[in-house]
Each structure stands twice: as structure tokens, then as C-alpha cells.
Design a protein around this ligand. Structure first.
Ligand SMILES: *[C@@H]1O[C@H](CO)[C@@H](O)[C@H](O)[C@H]1NC(C)=O
Ligand SMILES: *[C@@H]1O[C@H](CO)[C@@H](O)[C@H](O)[C@H]1NC(C)=O
Ligand SMILES: *[C@@H]1O[C@H](CO)[C@@H](O)[C@H](O)[C@H]1NC(C)=O
Ligand SMILES: *[C@@H]1O[C@H](CO)[C@@H](O)[C@H](O)[C@H]1NC(C)=O
Ligand SMILES: *[C@@H]1O[C@H](CO)[C@@H](O)[C@H](O)[C@H]1NC(C)=O
Ligand SMILES: *[C@@H]1O[C@H](CO)[C@@H](O)[C@H](O)[C@H]1NC(C)=O
Length: 546
């Protein structure tokens, strides 16, 4: 009984306790659930909505409205094409070929017979690049920065087929011996020849004639006679010891048109350095005018340009009338945009020496494709005086030149005359010509031309020129660098500037005091204005394109 009583009492208490505990438990669990569902709700809503946007592409989602590039990564083939366009000197497509070939089998006896060495084809990932577009060779006495390599089989060349490499060496009169390793397709090992010459593209009297400063050179290697029938090698490396694995490897460029059918005129423009100066509208007028005169293509090199200038260049590139090659300064020279401009402004000799690289690169790239190569700045135009086009001008000039001496010249030069900005300002703008047409507006020039052979520009004959300078060739094939001076009654170099070059400050005063009206350019007015007008409109210079 007592036991029963106790136990029943115990049981009751236990049951009560259990009940109480249970209530507390339920209460806490419910409280907790409430807390979780409150705080967690936002979370789940977020998750749900992001899930929705992943599955059924809502067009009005914030992410989808962002104007970003959605093309995704490129395939390897696309990458290769992109790299080849950007770095034409890199023999990307051959590398894979050689790599496989050299691994495949043992060299045969003929191949081991080349001075006892079998240089490895350098991996494109082990090449030494300098400032993006240059490949480097370090020797015990001088560093080479190489920009481009070309196959030269021009008829007048007495050294036979050769490779010419355009680049810079930080030495004057380099004495170090170097070798070309020439790689042909279908051969596992290179032909090795000592270089023939370092051709200096500068005169020492112009300054900067010092060791340690990068100097412009065109380096030549003769193709061995055993390989004359093989055509252009695929690539070439420059090494200090014959058997070295090279630190550089340049595709050998050989742009030979089918049936040697040449266009008439290529224009080459040195590395553009117009970061802040928006020359876009003037450039449209310049490009359109050159096209009217008969320039088949304009090859620009680009250091830094204003985004509006890029827009113009890209437009004409799409039309195939312009090609732009990116460019940097080699070695320790600055490539940071604003700083580079300051450097080029202050160090004019360095600037001039660096300019010779794009000029010579342009000559060798296009020597088989065009009858004439013309080096111009974007403020210069070779203007025929009596003819409508450059071709008609040359048809008039050639018989005169041949009558004087019966042979083609290395160049045909045109004399410089200034069309200075302020000559117009004293007159006032011409009402029937749009104010944005700078050249058509500026029709007052100094009466006098600059002296013969000073500041001239030429039609260069690429069959004869070996090295080019801004104003005239420095080395030529055949009978030397002969130049025919085109009569000022036949053509003039119209030079549009705010002021004369510094070295002509004194004469400039007289040029200003003796000016004449020269409206030769107005012959192109009716064609030029609509063309420039519509291009400016299409590119949005008159406001958003609707
Ligand atoms: C080596 O070269 C000779 C002639 O140049 C040729 O006839 C021969 O087949 C070559 N041998 C091999 C193994 O390629
Ligand atoms: C290094 O090259 C220069 C020419 O660029 C030459 O004058 C000099 O003697 C050379 N030095 C040596 C140690 O060969
Ligand atoms: C000029 O030279 C060419 C060959 O180069 C020759 O055919 C031609 O007869 C010469 N003309 C004159 C007038 O001597
Ligand atoms: C311009 O030409 C005249 C006549 O030919 C000449 O006397 C004068 O010195 C020239 N001026 C300049 C700056 O060349
Ligand atoms: C430029 O083109 C527009 C539209 O075609 C035309 O209205 C305008 O008159 C043109 N301006 C000039 C200066 O030709
Ligand atoms: C030219 O550049 C200016 C300044 O960056 C810009 O406002 C303008 O829209 C550009 N013009 C064109 C046609 O893109």
C-alpha cells in the first residue's frame, strides 16, 4: 500500500514534471522556429529569385541589362589568329610543326653534318620579349632588340637571296660576331650562316652617336646557295654562338603578290603619338584626300592615340584602306602613355632614331606589293600641281627623269612648302567650305619653298631602297641612292603646321611675310567634302548616330 501510494505519488509528480518539461520544450522549439522562419525568410526569397533568374532568363534582370561583352573565352584557334595579327613577327604556326618534327626521330647523317651541331627550335614560350613587340638577343658586347625579319630576293641585290632583320642594337659600329639560324619548313635543323653586315640607319653627324643607346640597324644574312631553290625560310633566329638555342625567333615575312601584280602607292606613317591631341577630324580629311590622290593603302604604326583617333583608324581598317600596327619603344625607353610623349618631345634624336624602325619595317613588309612607298606625316600631302592623281603625276615625271638619265631612280623627291595656320587667320574663313575641313580652309602658303633637298618627301622605289630615312633613302641597290627632284611646277609637298620646324625659325618670319593664295587643293573639294562629311556623321562626330 505504502509502496503503491509512494509510487503513485511519484508517478504523478514525474508525470507533472514531464508535462512541464514537455511544454517548455514545445515552447522553445516554436520560438526558435519562429525566429528561424523570420530571419530566414529573406534568405530563401533571395535564393529563390536568383534561382529563377538562372532558369527562366528574365529580360529585365539587372545583370542582363548590363552592357558587357558576353562572347566568353576564345578558342585556341581564335587565340592563335589574334596573336598572329598582333605579333606578325612571331612564327606561331610553325612552332608546333618543328616541335613535333624534332622529337619524332633521330637526325640523319646529312643533318648532323652542319658544323657538328643541331640547334633546338626555340619554344615560343622561352623567347625573350622586350616591350611586347621586340625579341631580344644578349651578347657579350651589346643587346639586340629585333622587330621584324624579311626575305629579300630583289633583282638588283648583288648578295643574292637574303634575310634582312630590322631592329636596334645598343652599340655603334658593333663588332660582336653573330649568326642567323634559318629554319625551313620540312627541315628539322637550321642552316647557320654568319651575318653579313649590320647596316646602320643613321648618320653619325646627326647625333646620339654613343655606345649604350639603342641605334637603328638593318641586319643582313645571305641565304646559303644550297637553299636558294627552297624559297623563304619559315623563321630566323639570331645567336652569338652557332649552336646556341636561340632566345629569339622571327617569322620571315614575304608578302609576294600572285604574278607580282603590284598596286601603285603605299603610304607609311611612323608611330602615332597623339594621346591627348584629338586629330580625328583632320585625319578623316587627310585619309580621304590621299585616297582621292591614289594612295592604295595607308600603313600606320601606333604608339598612343586619342580614343577618337582610334575610332577613325578602326573605321578605315574595316574598309581595308588602312592598316594599323601597334608599336612600342624598345629597351629602357618609356612606354607609359603620357611619359612616353614627354620623352619623345624632349629627346628628339631618340625620337628620330626610333622612327626609323616603323619606316623600314613598312618598306620591307610591302616592297613586293607596291610600285612606290611614300613616307608621310599626317600633316603632309604630296600635291600634284597639274595632274589629278599621283599615278598621272608619275606618268609625267618618269619620261623627264629618264630623259635626264636613262635609269630608274631610288626615289623621286618633292619639295616642301608651308601652309601655316595663321596665314589664314589674317584672312578669315571661307564661307562655302565647312570649318572642319582644315586643309581646304588653309589655302595660303609661303611664297618660297624650303631649300632643295631640305624637308623633302619622296616616292621611294622599293626595288632599290635598302634603308629608309624620313626624308630620303640612306642605302640603295644598283647605282646608289639616286633621287630625281620633281619640279615644283609638277608637285609640291603641302605641309600644314602652326609653325615652321624649330631649325627654320629665322626663315619662318620671311615665309610669313611673303604668302600667296594656293587653291590647288580645291580641285578635290566637290568629292572631298561629302566624303568627309558622311564619314564624320557615321562615326558620330555630329552627334549620336540615329
Ligand atoms: C643526303 O643528301 C644527299 C644529297 O644531298 C641525298 O642524296 C641523300 O638521300 C641524303 N640522305 C638522307 C639520309 O637524307
Ligand atoms: C664592344 O663593341 C664595341 C663596338 O660596338 C667595340 O668598340 C669594343 O671594342 C668592344 N669591346 C670588346 C671588349 O670587345
Ligand atoms: C633606256 O634603257 C633601256 C633599257 O634599260 C633601253 O631599252 C632604252 O632603249 C634606253 N633608252 C634610251 C633613249 O637610251
Ligand atoms: C625667297 O626667295 C627669294 C627669291 O628667290 C630669295 O631672295 C629669298 O632669300 C628667299 N627667302 C627664303 C627665306 O628662303
Ligand atoms: C553633310 O551631310 C548632311 C546630311 O547628308 C547634309 O545635310 C549637309 O548639308 C552636309 N554638309 C556639307 C557641308 O556638305
Ligand atoms: C571624342 O572625344 C570626346 C572626349 O572624350 C568625346 O566626348 C566624344 O564623344 C568623342 N567623339 C566621338 C565621335 O566619339
Amino acid at each position: 500500500m505504502l509502496q503503491n501510494y509512494i509510487s503513485s505519488r511519484f508517478t504523478k509528480r514525474a508525470l507533472l514534471l514531464l508535462l512541464a518539461w514537455g511544454l517548455i520544450l514545445i515552447a522553445t522549439v516554436q520560438l526558435r522556429q519562429a525566429a528561424v522562419s523570420n530571419g530566414g525568410n529573406q534568405n530563401s526569397v533571395f535564393l529563390q529569385s536568383s534561382k529563377e533568374s538562372q532558369t527562366n532568363q528574365q529580360p529585365d534582370s539587372e545583370l542582363d541589362k548590363l552592357l558587357i561583352d558576353r562572347r566568353g573565352p576564345r578558342s585556341e584557334d581564335e587565340l592563335v589568329r589574334e596573336i598572329e595579327e598582333r605579333l606578325p613577327s612571331l612564327p606561331l604556326s610553325y612552332w608546333n610543326l618543328y616541335r613535333v618534327k624534332q622529337q619524332q626521330s633521330k637526325p640523319n647523317r646529312n643533318e648532323t653534318n652542319q658544323g657538328g651541331c643541331l640547334p633546338r627550335y626555340p619554344s615560343i614560350f622561352e623567347l625573350e620579349f622586350n616591350n611586347a613587340y621586340w625579341q631580344t638577343l644578349r651578347t657579350n658586347n651589346g643587346t639586340f632588340q629585333l622587330f621584324g625579319a624579311f626575305y629579300d630576293v630583289r633583282g638588283l641585290s648583288r648578295i643574292g637571296p637574303a634575310i634582312r632583320i630590322v631592329g636596334m642594337i645598343d652599340r655603334i659600329e658593333p663588332t660582336v660576331r653573330t649568326y642567323c639560324q634559318m629554319w625551313w619548313e620540312n627541315e628539322r635543323y637550321p642552316r647557320i650562316v654568319e651575318i653579313l653586315e649590320y647596316k646602320y640607319v643613321w648618320y653619325k653627324k646627326w647625333g646620339n652617336y654613343k655606345q649604350g643607346i639603342y641605334q637603328p640597324y638593318v641586319i643582313a644574312c645571305k641565304v646559303p646557295q644550297s637553299h636558294w631553290h627552297r624559297g623563304a625560310p619559315a623563321s630566323v633566329s639570331l645567336v652569338e654562338r652557332r649552336c646556341d638555342t636561340a632566345s629569339n625567333n622571327l617569322r620571315v615575312i614575304y608578302n609576294r603578290p600572285p604574278n607580282d601584280k603590284k598596286h601603285d602607292f603605299a603610304v607609311c606613317v611612323k608611330g602615332l603619338d597623339f594621346l591627348h591631341e584629338d586629330l580625328s577630324v583632320r585625319m578623316v580629311e587627310w585619309i580621304e584626300l590621299l585616297n582621292l590622290l591614289g594612295a592604295d593603302k595607308i600603313f600606320f604604326y601606333e604608339l598612343q592615340v586619342h580614343p577618337n583617333v582610334s575610332k577613325v583608324l578602326q573605321h578605315y581598317e574595316r574598309l581595308g584602306r588602312v592598316h594599323v600596327t601597334p608599336l612600342t619603344l624598345p629597351g629602357h625607353q618609356p612606354n607609359v602613355p603620357g611619359f612616353q610623349h614627354l620623352y619623345l618631345t624632349k629627346k628628339t634624336n631618340h625620337k628620330r632614331q626610333n622612327e626609323l624602325i616603323p619606316y623600314n619595317d613598312c618598306l620591307y613588309k610591302h616592297m613586293y606589293e607596291f610600285k612606290y612607298i611614300v613616307l608621310l606625316d599626317v600633316d603632309e600631302v604630296i600635291m600634284p600641281v597639274r595632274d589629278a592623281t599621283w599615278r598621272e603625276l608619275m606618268d609625267r615625271v618618269m619620261p623627264k627623269a629618264l630623259k635626264l638619265r636613262n635609269e630608274t631612280r631610288a626615289s623621286y623627291n618633292v619639295r616642301n612648302v608651308y601652309f601655316l595656320d595663321d596665314l589664314l587667320h589674317s584672312h578669315g574663313a571661307f564661307k562655302d567650305i565647312p570649318s572642319w575641313a582644315h586643309m581646304l580652309q588653309h589655302v595660303f602658303r609661303s611664297k618660297n619653298f624650303t631649300k632643295p633637298n631640305q624637308y623633302i618627301k619622296c616616292f621611294h622605289n622599293p626595288e632599290r631602297v635598302v634603308t629608309l630615312h624620313n626624308h630620303f633613302p640612306l642605302a640603295c641597290l644598283g647605282a646608289g641612292c639616286t633621287s630625281y627632284p620633281i619640279d615644283t611646277t609638277d608637285a609640291q609637298l603641302q605641309h600644314y603646321r602652326a609653325d615652321c620646324v624649330k631649325s627654320l625659325k629665322k626663315s619662318c618670319v620671311e615665309y610669313r611675310e611673303n604668302s600667296v593664295l594656293d587653291t590647288t587643293i580645291w580641285r578635290y573639294k566637290d568629292q572631298l567634302i561629302p566624303r568627309v562629311n558622311s564619314t564624320l556623321r557615321n562615326l558620330g562626330f555630329f552627334g549620336p548616330v540615329s
